[in-house]
Design a protein around this ligand. Structure first.
Ligand code: XLS
Ligand code: CA
Ligand code: CA
Length: 436
């Protein structure tokens, strides 16, 4: 196989291609349902995994070297050069980062904030040179030891203030770089035991931090979306942003539904005991679908493996929900995924992105085929047909009373419910996925 430096821009060569450094399904300009593939998919690179993660696991150190033999700011400038070159090779037009991914941490918080400010000048220059855009920014408020008891939910008021400083600096960076979104993933916003936890106080404080962030960013011209990224556990035993339904309840309670949407990660959905499609559907029906962290977990493992997504059933059902939600506005598909510990060459990064991008391109093609096929939509419509006329229509219009319904029901001799036909529908899905 070719070495990373010998590989140019990855081209679409079609499903028959055996060149590992080509796309078999992702054809950026191909129009599907009136829009080019690249606009449907809006692929983004995650800085933390792609540019920083070095293969470490709980039992062993790095298997990859991403230091470029440099230290300090020089290392981070080199990382940025590599990041933008990689995105250009892949035709990935967006990226996402945490503050600590793109700039070295200083000895003090003040130094770290200044390093970030300086590095954003460099990133802005790279963005202008390449046309690559920032999908979203965020602050890492889980790695440093001061965040051991949380950030917005810390028992320490000083740490709450440090969190505000980090969010402010990351918002300034996001706004300066024209980011379309800002993510809150509550890395340690949860608890390990209720024996030491004032849950009501912690949730109120978290909402206050989010509200202040919203007000600050809006006052400084930010027009994009704020996202909460649900995850049920890891690193804390229970994370307050457990799943989409829990987050929706939190946002409603604190009056944040207009500004916040969901950034849904596939691996987090399965950790919560849901399918990826379930989380997308819950967001869609609550009007808070926003962005996606594209990856997959391993269902035999109970942790967040952040693998590149290759399961076409999942990508198809994901893109089905995205199409039904009307597509992305400010959001996109961020590959929050890392190459395996043993896939430790630079070529592996390209191969991983190609696999993920092709899996989503194929998912998009198949999701649109599923919609055009029409059998599933028609089945669902027919299944609920009793609500389209007569009594059902009145129920939907809210024109019934409990007594009225009771009077009617007591006259019905036999109640009939149509078959759910699950196996038939699964066969339809297979047919659409695997026909020509
Ligand atoms: C960790 C999360 C994290 C967020 C951004 O599990 O996926 O990487 O996406 O803080
Ligand atoms: Ca994520
Ligand atoms: Ca994850």
């Amino acid at each position: 196989m070719k070495h990373y430096n010998e590989i140019g821009k990855i081209a679409y060569e079609g499903p028959g291609s055996t060149d590992p450094f080509s796309f078999r399904y992702y054809d950026a300009g191909r129009v599907i349902a009136g829009k080019p593939m690249k606009e449907h998919l809006k692929f983004a690179m995650s800085y933390w995994h792609t540019i920083n993660a070095a293969g470490t696991d709980m039992f062993g150190g790095d298997t990859m070297d991403k230091t470029f033999g440099l230290d300090g700011m020089a290392r981070y400038e080199k990382k940025a050069d590599f990041a933008f070159e990689l995105m250009q090779k892949l035709g990935v037009e967006y990226y996402c980062f945490h503050d600590v991914d793109v700039a070295p941490e200083g000895k003090t918080l003040a130094e770290s904030v200044e390093n970030l400010r300086r590095m954003t000048d460099y990133l802005l220059k790279k963005q202008k040179e390449t046309g690559i855009k920032l999908l979203w920014g965020t602050a890492n408020m889980f790695g440093d030891k001061k965040f051991m008891a949380g950030a917005g939910t810390s028992c320490s008021a000083d740490v709450f203030a440090a969190s505000a400083a980090k969010v402010k600096a990351a918002l300034d960076a996001t706004i300066k770089l024209g980011g379309a979104g800002y993510v809150f993933w509550g890395g340690r916003e949860g608890y390990d035991t209720l024996l030491n936890t004032d849950m009501g106080l912690e949730l109120d404080n978290l909402a206050l931090l989010l509200t202040m962030a919203r007000d600050y960013a809006r006052a400084h011209g930010f027009k994009g979306d704020f996202y909460i990224e649900p995850k049920p556990k890891e690193p804390t035993k229970h994370q307050y942003d457990f799943d989409v339904a829990t987050c929706a309840n939190f946002l409603r309670k604190y009056g944040l539904m207009d500004d916040f949407r969901m950034n849904i990660e596939a691996n987090h959905a399965t950790l919560a005991g849901h399918t990826f499609q379930h989380e997308l559907r819950v967001a869609r029906v609550n009007g808070i679908f926003g962005s996606i962290d594209a990856n997959q977990g391993d269902l035999l493992l109970g942790w967040d493996t952040d693998q590149f997504p290759t399961n076409v059933y999942d990508t198809t059902l994901c893109m089905y929900e995205v199409l039904k939600a009307g597509g992305f506005t400010n959001g996109g598909l961020n590959f929050d995924a890392k190459t395996r510990r043993q896939s430790n060459t630079l070529e592996d990064i390209l191969l991983a992105y190609i696999a993920g991008m092709d899996a989503f391109a194929l998912g998009l093609i198949k999701a649109q085929a599923l919609i055009e096929d029409g059998r599933i939509d028609a089945f669902v419509k027919e299944r609920y047909a009793s609500y389209e006329t007569g009594l059902g229509k009145e129920i939907r219009a809210g024109k019934v009373t409990l007594e009225g319904l009771s009077d009617y029901a007591l006259t019905v001799k036999e109640f009939s419910v149509p078959s759910g036909r699950q196996e038939y529908l699964e066969e339809v899905l297979n047919t659409v996925l695997f026909r020509g």
